[in-house]
Design a protein around this ligand. Sequence first.
Ligand code: PMP
Length: 432
Amino acid sequence: NVNYKSSLKLYKRAKKVITGGVSRNTIFRRPHPFYVAQAKGSYVTDIDGNTRIDFANNMASLIHGHSHPVIVDAVTEQMQNGTAYTLGSEVEVEFGELLVERNKEFEKIRFVNSGTEAVMSMIKAARAYTGRPKIAKAEGAYHGTYDFAEISQIAEPQNWGDINKPNSVPVTYGTPDSVKKDVIVFPYNDIERTINLLEANKNELACVLIDPVSHRVGMYPIEEKFLLAIYNWTRKNKVLLVFDEVVTYRVTYSGAQHLYPVKPDMTALGKIIGGGFPVGAIAGAAKIMSVFDPSRKVIKQPHSGTFSANPVTMIAGKTAMQLYNRQAVDKINKMAAIAKKQIQEAIQLAGVPVVITGAGSMFRLHFRHKQPRNYRETYQAPEERKVIVDLLDYLFLHENLILINTFACMFATTITQVEVDRLSQSLYNGFK
Ligand code: PMP
């Protein structure tokens, strides 16, 4: 006797004015999008009164779950004093200090409004600094929707091309050929092929863009020897190494980059550093970041944004990140480790093969015997995809759990053993 009538009704209204009924395809789902009445901590209640446990946390952005009381108080107070000015605010400086303090790699920082914008500004900064046009990115990796960053974020086998030189596959119809030409696509975790591709383009490359635990590639930490090979190659050839830590910053107190003996020249941040509000940031070496500097005679990258560093996002982000201290990082990572172990046992008990990949508070399930190492190995054939989508629907509609549609979970600090038990039990039920 589940009831979705109100959501269906609202969706019908939405379709009349919003293309496809949604402004972000992420919330488009079967049988129709669902609309929220209330969300608190790890629980979300839709307008028909169904309450679900949230393991997606707005695509990994709500590190403290929904409406954390300390963040709500801080934001409410700020809103009494204005929400955006054509002037600066102290909280921007304070939040900048806090983030720069957390990473020795972050000598300077700039705030923007989304992860897409952060990656875009970072790529443009790399070009502005080096004077070179090309970027290299991993096949399958998602980096937001900037033309260059979205090349080969998803590709069907017939479009992959030769593994020695993967095709630059545009995702948006009408993407200019010049964009494809300026993006070199390399296979994740494949040293020889990747270095060959970089060598062939070394005089034109501005940067190599890496997500150290790329969700779409398969959400396994990049292999250290692969990352080191790229890092050493970039040092030798004066090409920048830039990280997309929009998702992975949560993994340690200072991002996934602190799992590796490398130092990215710049890092794009987003998601959790907004404390629940739209955000992005570019952080990195002062020398490179100086391309943004408006006090210079030549401004190599003029850079503005109407809502960049607005005080509401800044206070929310600052509060969230103060709460996400070393103890909180340890605690959430331990909770995720417990969840992974329990899930592994539950699914094995149901007689289904599973490999759970991830890092820190994020993990993804692969219903396989062997862990994939790159996008082509992770790729799910349509039959496999169908089983997964059906199972996700079952979990959402019958077990009242919200997961990410790649079969991933992004924990919040509000998740406890109670929610983890529900997750493992529901997965077991789903396979029975
Ligand atoms: N990079 C990565 C790795 C992401 O996962 C995302 C968003 N899912 C982005 C960039 C883009 O961030 P946003 O949606 O805030 O534009």
